[in-house]
Structures are given as C-alpha cells and as structure tokens.
Design a protein around this ligand. Structure first.
Ligand SMILES: Nc1nc2c(c(=O)[nH]1)N[C@H]1C(S)=C(S)[C@@H](COP(=O)(O)OP(=O)(O)OC[C@H]3O[C@@H](n4cnc5c(=O)[nH]c(N)nc54)[C@H](O)[C@@H]3O)O[C@H]1N2
Ligand SMILES: Nc1nc2c(c(=O)[nH]1)N[C@H]1C(S)=C(S)[C@@H](COP(=O)(O)OP(=O)(O)OC[C@H]3O[C@@H](n4cnc5c(=O)[nH]c(N)nc54)[C@H](O)[C@@H]3O)O[C@H]1N2
Ligand code: SF4
Ligand SMILES: [Mo]
Length: 565
C-alpha cells in the first residue's frame, strides 16, 4: 500500500504504509520537513465538529443552514472557491460538480499557474515540458523565477552537481548554491528574455525583428549588455533545461515573459528544453469538475474580493482553499461577512484563517484519512491513496451530495460513480490502480514552437513587494508546527512598521538583509497575516495578467513607514 502527499507541491512524494518515502524515482527515498511532520500535524488545530456562528452543532444542522442560505440567493450570486489544498481528484475536482450543476459562479482558477500555462500554450500548443526522467539527461539548468531548493526539492536534487544559472530579484537559497545569479529588477524578465533572443538573432539563430534597444533592456533589467550576452552564451554552450517558475506568472507582463523564455530553447534548436508544470496532459480535469454544465459566470480570482465588496457575491462556498489568506484584497471578504453581506461556508480539516471568520465551518478529513487519487504536476505517477488514519469530519463527495439532495439536484454528473469518472478522465483502469497503488500516465508527443516577439510595455517604477515559498510551509498550511512573524526583508529598514500600497497598509517586522536589493521588499508567501491579524493581501489590488488573469501578486508597488525599532 502507498500514499501520496496531496499538498500543492511539484514533488508529490509517495510513501509506504509506515509513512516512509519510497526509493522509487524521482522520490528517491527522501522527503521534506512537512512530509516528516505530517502524522504529528494531523491531530493539531483540527475542526472537530461543525460550527454555526462559532457554536458546535450536529452535521445535519450545519448543512440545513447552508441549504437555507443557498436557497435565498440566485446562482450568479453564489461563488465556489476551491484550490489546491489537496491535490486529490476526489477532494478537489469531483466535488465541484455540485456547483457546476447549480450553475453558480465559478472562479477562473488563476491564482497560481494559469498565466504560464496559457503563455507556453500560445507558443507550443500545450504547456507540457520535460519529465523527471529527462531532467537527469541535462548537464546544466537555467532556473528562472524559481527557488527549487525551497519549493521543489526533488527537482533540485536532480540538478545537484550540474551547472546552474539563476535569474531572480533577490539572493534566494537556490542562488546561493548555484554557479551564477543574474539579479534583475522585479518584472523585467520579458526584457531579459528579449535581450537573450536579440543576441541569438545577431548570431544567426533567429530571423525576426526585435525593436527593443539595448538601452531599454539595460535600464529595465539593471543588467549590462555583456551580462545578457553571457546568458545567451550559456544557452548556446550548455543547452540547459530551463525551469520556468510559477512566480513569473504573477509579475507585471509575466505572460509575455514566460512565452519568450519558453521560446529560447527552441530558437537554439533544442527539442523540449523547458519545464513549467506538467498537469496539462493526461487528465481531463474539466470532465471531473463537470464543466460541461455551464457556470452562470466566471469571476477572476483577482477580483473576488472586489465583487464581494460590490455585493455581486452573496454566498461563498470554500473548500480546499484559504481565500482570506491567499486572495488579493481579502480584508473585503472579512468585512462583508462581519457586516452580514456575505454568507461564508468553509469545509476544511483545519481551522484556517477563512474558517475563523466563516458563518458555517464543516470539518473535512485530511489526506491521511480518506480514499483518493493523486497526481503530480511534475512526475507522471498517479497514486491511489487508502486511508491510514481513522476519518474525522465529512468527506467532500458525501457533503456535496448531501447538499445536492436537499437542493433537489438530479443532474447525473453529481451522482456518477466517482471511480467511473476517474477512469474516464484518466484512461487508467481503476481496479488495477487500486491493486497496484501506482499507475503511469502517458506523455504527450513533442511539439514545435511558434516564435513571435510581442511588443513590451515599460515597467512602472517604484519599490516592489515580492513573495516566495518558505521551506516549512505550503502556502498557509503548517502553521500549527512552526510559528513565524510576518517579516519584510529589505536592504534598508529594521524594526516595526507598515508596508503601504494604494490599497491599504499592513503592519510587519522589517529585517535588513544583504540578500534583498534596493527597490525590493521580500516576504514569504506563507505568512500572509500581519502583526495585527489583518491579511497581508489587503494591500494587493485586483490587477491581473493579460493572458489568463493571474493576480499580480509579485508586482505590488509599496512604500515603507517605520513606526518603532
Ligand atoms: N516549501 C514550499 N514549497 C512549495 C510551496 C510552498 O509554499 N512551500 N508552494 C508550492 C506552490 S503553491 C507553488 S506555486 C510553487 C512556487 O514555487 P516557485 O515557482 O519557486 O515560486 P516562488 O517560491 O513563489 O518564488 C520563486 C522565486 O521567484 C522570485 N521572484 C519574485 N518576483 C520575481 C520576478 O519578477 N522575476 C524573477 N526572475 N524572479 C522573481 C522570488 O524572489 C523567489 O526566489 O512552489 C510549490 N512548492
Ligand atoms: N500575496 C500572495 N498571495 C498568494 C501567493 C503569493 O505568492 N503572494 N501565492 C499564491 C499561490 S502560489 C497559491 S497556490 C495560492 C494558494 O492559496 P490556497 O488555495 O488558499 O492554499 P492554502 O493556503 O494552502 O489553503 C488550502 C486550504 O485547504 C485546506 N485543505 C487541505 N487539505 C484539505 C482537504 O483534504 N479537504 C479540504 N476541504 N480542505 C483541505 C487547508 O487546510 C487550507 O486551509 O495562494 C496564492 N496567494
Ligand atoms: S510537501 Fe512536497 S516535498 Fe513535502 S512531502 Fe509533500 S510532496 Fe513531498
Ligand atoms: Mo501555487
């Protein structure tokens, strides 16, 4: 028997029934701090009983409350917010069928990787890149807007002892253990990529006009022409694999940057040569979610809080996500609940920041407590999870069907056998998967790139707040094991004070660090509650990417005010 970690993570570690990581490639017998602490964490900070207005009630009473409120509003005023708290097909995807059958509003699922999927698909027709097996074939890597030493430990392991060049806006852990860092200004990646392509064009690899001058490239990136030439030469000499980080999709002009970066390997004649996320092939997620039932409308994740404030959303059902922590402008969600303008329901195993303010909280089992099928966005192994601990709470599908029954939803998709749905969506024989525990998904055929150089916009000037992963958390998860103060790393200020944007201000501790250049403030994306308990994302606006609407989380223009040392 095996069990896969369901956290939003490249690696999707697979464990045996003693919770030891398998020696199978690419898990290779090791895991992270969170993997090691999972069993301990499982009993901490749990939602033990359903809560209505903070009071413990029987499950049926909580569901009655949900249904009563749901009947009061129109489908277009109902929004389901679900993301990757658990990467199980039966936890995240299949339960969405209720909300599609109800024709409620849906989000655009853009918060994390959507911008890059779209950007690479515009070049290659798909965003699928190199598999872990192929990582091993490369002798050099370009790590662009990514911190794999922190966020992708098994990928990082495969890069060990290889030549590594990093492009980042601060000195990350990855940069410290690589051969070279090109430290650039926030969101200037598209200009750097165009610079590299300009060198390649001058050397005969590309036959296209590029009308961006060296003065502009140097001004925007903060690099010299010679640095850009050095990078192009690294590409030509080493034919590296480019790891394109999700962080880039959350920058200003991030979609264009990712399209351009993904083009470079093909311009120098490589087949493949990049990796972003491999979730785009082999699983029909739309079918699993029941997207054939049309939602009444799609709300960009960047604008959820804005729509809540405008009164367009009156009922929000959250599972597998912690929007008060993770969505832009999320202080508006808290305000609306407190003022009775929004009815908020949260289904979560843990008392998340969103659960703390919700009208109704329903406890969910963790991945250690339920059956599921788990995939990875890096490797191609599909895993059948069998519970290894007794269940707590009510699982997603049972909850969805309980609500469906009371809403008199007869749509077949809600009542389809989930195992039949999994087999249709993956092409995998479920019986065999259950027996063997692991199946391998097919890889898609290689695709040719369509190279085109877009017109770039100059980057608005100012100090920029950017975010990155912390090794001991996954997004908002794991705070029960490790506590950390919200900290703004920067090269000037020390003490307590405010980070201010045009959307508001947050109180944090400032820590001076040589790893962060002037013009940049760096925070871990796992500490998104300020010193006064307010969401850090209060200062993030509704601006979004032009290709897939990903919020510009890594391009928040800010000012600093120190109040005391
Ligand atoms: N330990 C751990 N692992 C995780 C996660 C976690 O929370 N903790 N989260 C998972 C999830 S949800 C995701 S999306 C991935 C994210 O993993 P990554 O793609 O690695 O993204 P981040 O960690 O957000 O940021 C990576 C780097 O991008 C840099 N950066 C920020 N802005 C810019 C820019 O404009 N240009 C360039 N070139 N660099 C920039 C940051 O300084 C940071 O060092 O990791 C996953 N893995
Ligand atoms: N400012 C800023 N904001 C960001 C980012 C940033 O870099 N900066 N990063 C963004 C990124 S990359 C991402 S991916 C998003 C992530 O944003 P979210 O989707 O909000 O991710 P988490 O914070 O991990 O919240 C997941 C929730 O799911 C719950 N959960 C876990 N397992 C289960 C389960 O089996 N069932 C149910 N019902 N619930 C479960 C967890 O307890 C947790 O409360 O945040 C984004 N927000
Ligand atoms: S969080 Fe990532 S590295 Fe850690 S156990 Fe889970 S899949 Fe493995
Ligand atoms: Mo993410």
């Amino acid at each position: 028997m095996v069990i896969a970690c369901t956290r939003d993570c490249y690696d999707t570690c697979i464990f045996d029934d003693n919770h030891k990581p398998l020696t199978l490639f690419p898990i290779n017998g090791f895991t992270c701090y969170r993997g090691n602490m999972d069993i301990k964490r499982n009993s901490l900070n749990r939602v033990h009983r359903p809560l209505v207005d903070g009071k413990e009630v029987e499950t049926q009473i909580a569901i009655d409350e949900v249904v009563k409120e749901l009947k009061r509003v129109s489908p277009h005023e109902v929004l389901h917010v679900d993301y990757d708290g658990n990467q199980g097909l039966l936890t995240w995807y299949f339960p969405a069928r209720l909300w599609y059958a109800l024709h409620s509003a849906t989000t655009d699922y853009s918060i994390c990787s959507a911008e890059g999927h779209e950007a690479i698909s515009r070049v290659y027709g798909s965003s699928f890149g190199e598999t872990p097996e192929n990582f091993s074939k490369y002798n050099a890597f370009v790590i662009w807007g990514s911190d794999p030493k922190t966020s992708f430990i098994h990928g990082w392991k495969l890069m060990k002892d290889k030549r590594k060049v990093v492009i980042d806006v601060r000195v990350s852990q990855t940069a410290k253990e690589s051969d070279k860092l090109f430290l650039i200004r926030p969101s200037s990646d598209a200009f750097l990529a165009v610079g590299v392509l300009k060198v390649l064009r001058d050397r005969g690899y590309l036959n296209q006009g590029i009308d961006v001058s060296w003065e502009i490239i140097e001004d925007e990136t903060g690099l010299r022409r010679r640095d850009v030439e050095e990078m192009a030469e690294f590409y030509l000499d080493m034919k590296p694999l480019t790891l394109i980080g999700f962080a880039l999709g959350r920058t200003f002009q991030g979609g264009k940057a990712i399209s351009l970066i993904s083009t470079i390997p093909s311009v120098i004649g490589m087949k493949g040569g990049f990796f972003y996320s491999n979730s785009s092939y082999g699983i029909d997620f739309s079918y699993l979610r029941g997207k054939f039932n049309k939602p009444s409308r799609v709300v960009p994740m960047a604008e959820v809080s804005k729509e809540v404030e405008e009164g367009k959303i009156k009922f929000m059902f959250v599972w597998n996500s912690n929007p008060v922590h993770s969505l832009p402008g999320s202080d508006k969600i808290i305000e609306a609940v407190n003022e009775g303008r929004l009815f908020l329901v949260v289904h979560d195993p843990f008392m998340s920041e969103t659960a703390k303010v919700a009208n109704v909280v329903i406890p969910a089992p963790t991945y250690l407590e339920k059956e599921d099928v788990v995939y990875s966005y890096w490797h191609r192994l599909l895993v059948y999870n069998k519970p290894i601990l007794p269940p707590k709470g009510i699982d997603e599908i049972t909850l969805m069907r309980d609500i469906a029954r009371r809403m008199e939803i007869t749509d077949w998709s809600v009542w389809e056998d989930p195992w039949v749905a999994v087999s249709k969506a993956t092409g995998v024989n479920v019986q065999q998967l259950k027996e063997k525990g692991i199946a391998r998904l097919q890889d898609p055929p290689l695709r040719e790139a369509r190279v085109s150089i877009p017109t770039l916009e100059r980057i608005p000037k100012g100090t920029v707040l950017v975010f990155g992963s912390h090794p001991s958390f996954t997004n908002s998860q794991f705070k029960e094991i490790l506590k950390m103060e919200p900290t703004a790393f920067n090269n000037k200020y020390q003490g307590i004070g405010y980070v201010k944007s045009k959307w508001g201000k947050i109180k944090v501790r400032f820590v001076k660090s040589d790893d962060v250049p002037e013009g940049v403030i760096f925070m871990f994306k796992n500490q998104l509650v300020d010193l006064e308990g307010k969401p850090v994302n209060s200062i993030v606006g509704p601006e979004k990417g032009e290709m897939a609407g990903t919020p510009l989380l890594n391009f928040v223009n800010v000012e600093v005010e120190i109040t005391h040392q």
